[in-house]
Design a protein around this ligand. Structure first.
Ligand SMILES: C[S@@+](CC[C@H](N)C(=O)[O-])C[C@H]1O[C@@H](n2cnc3c(N)ncnc32)[C@H](O)[C@@H]1O
Length: 318
């Protein structure tokens, strides 16, 4: 595929590196509507470039930000001017200024401040306390908004603005329970919820009940669905795969998550895509062929039951 577009907002669990794999499996056609109940940064759907799409998330700040681009409130030119001015203040006062903006954002919910904080906080983490206040710490880079970085963000806004202007895309703040039932025959639903038991956050938590409700809705949908989840890492495997998703098709691929700046914090994870359809065979390219061969043992068709001894687990299981 052509170059992957990286969106202007970062978030935990962002699927940028998995985009080619997901798009290869989904093969969206012009007539199919894309429904993404957990849009996060939007990287998957934006790269899919559907003619018609319903992007949703429970986090209102993400939706407000993309709507502001859609209605022309946030433009590349205005973003450049804003980040230059705010970046200068950050350069002068560092953490103190970051905290001023964070406090302001928690009072006004401005999409401009959301952009500033997202691009100057630790690891682009979007994290909220129990009262819904943004509380990710500063990344301690007072020079963050240099000319190159600002241009990069302005270009990212430009790309997404142009993409939206040519398509029929809706951005809605909603719980997935109100989104999945909207799907009809011919639609494609892509779900990428927070991973079970991994996050506890005001907008971004996930419980067994959530997983159960989502599984029931997806099992009953007439649309095609794809679900991103995790299969296993070196310590644990995802028990909910068997519990909720055993009757569907599953594909796996290894992925590295960065939890910190150090090399040793790169944690390999076997990612899974669960779907209610049989994907077309992968396109004939060498990289894909090798990968398919490597992962063949881990992939199971519809009706899969988790076995033992096939997972790259070295630590104790829960
Ligand atoms: C793993 S992130 C999605 C990442 C996204 N696929 C990307 O690549 O940027 C999960 C998202 O689910 C959202 N979320 C959490 N609980 C939700 C719920 N009950 N309904 C809708 N969205 C929810 C979070 O706000 C978060 O943006």
């Amino acid at each position: 595929m052509s170059k992957i577009f990286v969106p202007p907002i970062k978030c935990q669990g962002i699927k940028t590196k998995l985009v080619p794999w997901i798009l290869e499996i989904v093969r969206l056609t012009e007539r199919q509507r894309w429904i993404e109940p957990f849009m996060g940064s939007g990287v998957v759907g934006f790269n899919c470039r559907p003619a018609s799409a319903f992007f949703a998330d429970k986090n209102p700040h993400l939706i407000r930000f993309y709507r502001a681009i859609q209605v022309g409130e946030i433009t590349p030119t205005k973003a450049r001017a804003f980040l230059e001015a705010e970046g200068e203040r950050l350069r002068k006062d560092g953490q103190k200024y970051f905290k001023t903006v964070r406090m302001r954002f928690n009072e006004t919910a401005s999409p401009w401040d959301f952009l500033f904080l997202n691009r100057s906080c630790f690891n682009g983490l979007i994290r909220f306390n129990s009262r819904g206040g943004f509380n990710t710490p500063y990344n301690h880079k007072p020079e963050r908004f240099d000319a190159r970085y600002i241009s990069k963000i302005a270009n990212q806004i430009d790309y997404v603005q142009k993409a939206m202007s040519m398509k029929n895309w809706d951005f809605v703040c909603a719980d997935f329970r109100d989104v999945i039932p909207r799907a009809q025959v011919g639609d494609v639903i892509y779900c990428d919820p927070p991973y079970l038991g991994r996050h506890v956050d005001y907008f971004d938590s996930w419980s067994e009940e959530d997983e159960h409700d989502m599984a029931a809705l997806l099992a009953g949908t007439q649309a095609r669905f794809l679900l991103s989840t995790w299969h296993s890492n070196q310590f644990r495997r995802n028990e909910s795969l068997e519990r909720h998703w055993g009757s569907f098709t599953m594909k796996t691929r290894q992925h590295f998550y960065h939890v910190g700046a150090k090399e040793e914090n790169r944690n390999p994870m076997l990612e899974a895509l669960v779907m209610n359809f049989e994907p077309l065979p992968a396109k004939n390219c060498a990289e894909h062929a090798t990968l398919v061969e490597q992962l063949a043992l881990l992939e199971k068709p519809r009706g899969y039951t988790l076995g033992t001894g096939e997972l790259p687990i070295s630590g104790p299981r829960p």
